[in-house]
Design a protein around this ligand. Sequence first.
Ligand code: AMP
Ligand code: MG
Length: 362
Amino acid sequence: MQTELIRIQDLHASMPHIVRAAEVIRSGGLVVFPTETVYGLGGDGTNAEAAKKIYAAKGRPSDNPLIIHVATPEDAARYTCAEPAAYALYLRLAKAFMPGPLTVILPRQDNIPLSTTGGLDTVAVRCPSHPVAHALIEAAGVPIAAPSANLSGKPSPTSANHVATDLDGRVDMILDGGECDIGLESTIVKIDVAEDGEAYLTLLRPGGITCDALSCVCDRVEVAPAVSEQLGKDERPLSPGMKYRHYAPSAPLVLLRGEDADVLAFLQEQQATSACAILCYDEEVAELRPEGLLPVGGRADLSTQAHRLFARLREADGMNAVELIYAHLPDKSGLGLALYNRMIRAAAHTVLSIGTGGIPEE
Ligand code: AMP
Ligand code: MG
């Protein structure tokens, strides 16, 4: 398949391309488009065959459901059938965070086929804020089912270059809208109604909308164990995607926990004795050798760290002769929980405590 790459600089001037891309979606084809989180690999969310094509293009297991993207938050009512209390909470979330990086899970209507939802009776809905994504969904007139536009097992793409590396020849079109702002996938919450009739949230995947922000809208926010813990072999996560290793770099990724000075001394020693890549804080650049160094942002600048993480992991993977990749174990507060969740899975939960004898954690 020939993949057409279209650079969108001015949305107004590019409308003819967007309209053509929308026709590709409506006729069952695949279009990659930019969002504020990561690039999405889109197909018609109401078309079972399009969903199958998405799974095939990504090499994704078909029990890992897709998120449907809608043009306005209210469009969710056309594809979901929530109880009144659940829908009222959805509307409160929509008012606070949509359009934006929040995905909400609600019971599905029959117009969303089971192949889109990985066989589940619920569907994940998101209303992206990126102008290109919005224009494409509106022009398509159907909800766009879209997982991240990477090959399964690779980091999510935050630039059209990443997408082309993974999917050239596997999709009809790629709309290049530049680098994604946030750089990590959306926050996912499920709405349920408790026995007392109150609707509550379960956080299934942390992202740009933090737990604290969700707590301002809903008193009860539970965190699914798979967000930060390693599940047992036979445990089933609430979000099927959480059971898959998100990304496995070719060299093992090791996360370091400890006092700044101890971790820095450890990294200096490693650089002197081995070929390693290091995802370091900007403040550490002057203290380390340049070879293999991949600055992720200032120590306290979690937004920049989120923005750069996946691109840096791809760069680390592209480096020759690297035996190990080191990175700091993020703090779990605020946006740090999303960084922690992505990195701990990329590292297959390998954490090394420095300054305490270097004993690997369980
Ligand atoms: P991606 O599209 O690559 O960002 O991944 C989508 C994530 O949403 C996966 O981790 C899925 O498991 C999760 N997801 C999508 N739909 C549902 C659903 N109906 N219930 C629970 N999790 C879902
Ligand atoms: Mg993904």
